[in-house]
Design a protein around this ligand. Structure first.
Ligand SMILES: Cc1cc2nc3c(=O)[nH]c(=O)nc-3n(C[C@H](O)[C@H](O)[C@H](O)COP(=O)(O)OP(=O)(O)OC[C@H]3O[C@@H](n4cnc5c(N)ncnc54)[C@H](O)[C@@H]3O)c2cc1C
Length: 321
C-alpha cells in the first residue's frame, strides 16, 4: 500500500511494479496534487535532472520546468506505465502489524496490505497566524494566481520563497501589494537556511524600487478586518493598511496522525516534526511501515524519487523471502 501520488508515491509505484509486487496507490486528490497547487505558470527552482522520473524524459522549453510541464510529465509517467492509482480517495486509518498484516481504511473501501509506505507530503496543514479575522473568506493560505486581484489591495504575510513569489506575481500583475516579512527573513541570504532564491529576490527588489511593492518589516499581524489589516511593525508601531485580500504563506505541516496512531515515533526536524525512521531503509520504528518524501529529512523532489527506488526492492526481497 502506497499512500500519496506525489513524486515519492509515483516512484514507489513504478518500483513496486518492477519488483513484481501487488501494489496500489491511494491518493486523496489528483496525480501530483501538491504540484497542481503551485502558482499557475510557476517555474521550478530545480533543473529537469532533479525532478524527472527518468533521465532525459522531461524536456522543458526553458532551463527550468514550469508547473504545467511538471504536471504533464508526472501524468504521462503514470499513463505510460499504467500505474495503479486510485485518485479522489482518502486514507482515513491504518491498523495492524507486520505479523498479521495491515488494514488500510479509506473513505471508499478497505484494503489489506503486508507493507505500508506513507508518501503523504507535508502540505496537509497550512500554518495559521491565529489572529482575529483570519477566517474571513478573503484570507487564503495558498496562492494559485494573481489575476483576480488587479488594482486590489493585497497583503502577503511570510518570509520564505512561497510568500516572496506570491508578492512578486501579484505586484507584477498590477495588485497593490504589501509584503509583511520579519527582518531576519528579509535579510537572510543563506540558501541553506531557506533564504529567498536570488532569482526571486532580484525582481522582487526591482518591484520595490519601482514603487509598486511595499515591504513592511513587521512583528505580528493584530487583526484582519473586511476592509483593512492592522499589524505591529518591528519598531512597535501599530499600522493599519487598506486591504482586499490576504495571503498567509508561512509554511505548512504534514499530518502525522495516521502514523502516530500506528505507534510511529516522531522527532523535531530542522523545519518541522518528522517521523523516526532508519536512514537506510526508511522503515519506521513500527516494522512494516515506511516513509518517503517531503515529510522526511529527504525533502526535495530528487530525494522523493530516489528513496523509493532504493527501499522498495528491499521490501520486495523481504516479502519474496
Ligand atoms: C510552492 C512550492 C514550490 C516548491 N518548489 C520546489 C522546487 O522547485 N523543487 C523541489 O525539489 N521541491 C519543491 N517543492 C517541494 C516539493 O513540492 C516536494 O518536495 C514534493 O512535492 C515532494 O513529493 P512527495 O511525493 O513527498 O509529496 P507530495 O508531492 O506533497 O505528495 C503527497 C501526496 O499525498 C497525498 N495524501 C496526503 N495524505 C493522504 C491521505 N490520507 N490519503 C490519500 N492521499 C494523501 C496528497 O494529496 C499528495 O498528493 C515546492 C513546494 C511548494 C509548496
Amino acid at each position: 500500500m502506497i499512500i500519496g501520488a506525489g513524486p515519492a508515491g509515483l516512484s514507489a509505484a513504478e518500483a513496486a511494479a518492477q519488483a513484481g509486487l501487488s501494489y496500489i496507490v491511494i491518493e486523496k486528490g489528483t496525480i501530483a496534487n501538491t504540484i497542481r497547487q503551485y502558482p499557475v505558470g510557476r517555474a521550478m527552482f530545480s533543473t529537469p535532472n532533479e525532478v524527472e522520473m527518468h533521465a532525459g524524459t522531461l524536456r522543458p522549453v526553458r532551463e527550468k520546468p514550469t508547473r504545467e510541464e511538471m504536471l504533464s510529465h508526472y501524468i504521462h509517467f503514470v499513463l505510460d506505465l499504467d500505474l495503479k492509482i486510485n485518485t479522489g480517495e482518502t486514507v482515513v486509518s491504518v491498523n495492524g502489524n507486520i505479523n498479521e498484516g495491515f488494514v488500510v481504511k479509506t473513505d471508499r473501501s478497505e484494503y489489506k496490505a503486508r507493507r505500508v509506505l506513507f508518501a503523504i507530503g507535508a502540505m496537509e496543514h497550512p500554518r495559521h497566524l491565529n489572529v482575529p479575522g483570519e477566517d474571513l473568506p478573503k484570507v487564503h493560505h495558498l496562492f494559485v494566481e494573481p489575476y483576480a486581484y488587479i488594482r486590489k489591495e493585497a497583503l502577503v504575510v511570510g518570509g520564505g520563497n512561497s510568500a516572496a513569489e506570491a508578492a512578486l506575481f501579484l505586484s507584477e500583475e498590477g495588485a497593490h501589494t504589501t509584503l509583511a516579512i520579519w527582518r531576519d527573513d528579509w535579510e537572510n541570504r543563506d540558501p541553506k537556511a531557506g533564504a529567498m532564491k536570488h532569482w526571486v529576490r532580484t525582481p522582487l527588489e526591482a518591484e520595490v524600487t519601482a514603487g509598486r511593492l511595499k515591504v513592511v518589516l513587521y512583528k505580528h499581524v493584530d487583526e484582519i478586518r473586511e476592509d483593512d489589516v492592522t499589524l505591529t511593525t518591528e519598531t512597535g508601531e501599530s499600522m493599519t493598511i487598506p486591504n482586499d485580500v490576504v495571503f498567509v504563506l508561512v509554511g505548512s505541516d504534514a499530518d502525522l496522525t495516521l502514523l502516530k496512531q500506528l505507534g510511529v515515533e516522531t522527532e523535531s526536524g530542522k523545519l518541522a516534526e518528522v517521523p523516526v525512521y532508519d536512514p537506510e531503509t526508511f522503515e519506521t520504528n513500527v516494522r512494516g511501515v515506511y516513509v518517503a518524501g517531503h515529510f522526511t529529512h529527504a525533502r526535495h523532489i530528487k530525494a522523493a524519487i530516489d528513496v523509493p527506488r532504493r527501499i522498495v526492492p528491499l521490501i520486495a526481497q523481504d516479502l519474496h523471502g
